[in-house]
Design a protein around this ligand. Structure first.
Ligand SMILES: [Cu+2]
Length: 288
């Protein structure tokens, strides 16, 4: 565990406040419902929704959705979303999340431990090489819950990105390098090396947004999961790496961290540089 500038703890505190204020004036109406049908070609979803207070009684409606959403959601899924109007008056669902009580309970349990680990670490400290990487449970680009079991006894690469990042040198480059590393690892026969990218923007990066992003980079999702979830849980992981993370509303000012974790969950290699080298990580992974 190493100490970083204590000013960072203060910054994280600020970001937290801004985000909860944002929630109140979020776009559209909150919607709860059950998916009745998904039109993959038509990019639409039929949803039986509950009453939307002061706006609409319970009813079954067809909503426009994104190309990622028609892949992630299926008939019978319970969802929460925001309902907005398109310019032509059509109804659209955005920020769709699956409601799964059992998965939510698992995530609460695992991420409670994550929170305790990060609290024990103390403000201004971060997990360094040799430290154990904490267990976490989040949702991936397929809408599935990723639990610690998935990485049991397996080495993994983990970094942080967000899909709206416009700084070519930051997230876009990092994702390209992770994709390269995934390909090189496969060629090198490192069959059980897993890849995880944690979003810095869980509010915007829903499972389907992450799915579309991963596909745009030609990433094979089999052993490469982009994860999102409750903002508090994601924030704990960000804190464990002492990343700069300032949400300005339109953008996120952030730093990077890339780690390689071994089969015993210990961090064996860590870089906080933009110019982290995938070949160096590949070589380190070969020794695990
Ligand atoms: Cu970025």
């Amino acid at each position: 565990m190493l100490l970083v500038a204590s000013a960072l703890a203060g910054l994280l505190g600020c970001a937290q406040k801004t985000e909860s204020q944002e929630d109140e004036n979020e776009e559209g109406h909150p919607l709860l419902g059950v998916v009745q049908a998904v039109e993959v070609e038509g990019l639409a979803m039929t949803v039986a929704h509950e009453e939307i207070p002061d706006f609409m009684p319970p009813m079954t409606m067809v909503f426009r959705v994104s190309p990622g959403d028609v892949k992630v959601f299926k008939k019978g899924d319970q969802i929460k979303a925001r309902m907005v109007r398109d310019e032509d008056g059509g109804f659209r669902l955005i920020k769709i999340w699956k409601i799964d009580d059992e998965a939510a309970e698992t995530m609460r349990r695992v991420n409670k431990r994550l929170e305790e680990t990060v609290e024990d670490l103390g403000a201004g400290y971060y997990l360094a090489e040799g430290d154990a990487f904490p267990e976490f449970a989040l949702v991936d680009q397929f809408g599935d819950t990723v639990t610690p079991t998935r990485y049991l006894g397996k080495p993994f690469m983990l970094n942080f990105i967000f899909t709206r990042c416009t700084d070519a040198e930051m997230c876009p480059l990092s994702t390209s390098k992770m994709a390269t590393l995934q390909r090189l690892a496969k060629e090198a026969g490192l069959d059980d090396l897993e890849f995880v990218s944690v979003t810095l923007d869980p509010k915007f990066d829903t499972p389907s947004v992450l799915r579309t992003y991963a596909e745009a980079y030609g990433i094979d999702g089999e052993n490469f999961r982009f994860v999102t979830g409750e903002r508090d849980s994601v924030r704990q992981l960000i804190k464990s790496m002492a990343l700069t993370h300032i949400n300005t509303g339109d953008d996120i000012i952030h730093s990077l961290a890339t780690v390689l974790v071994d089969r015993d969950r210990n961090i064996v290699k860590r870089s906080v540089k933009k110019a982290w080298n995938p070949i160096e990580f590949l070589e380190a992974a070969k020794g695990l």
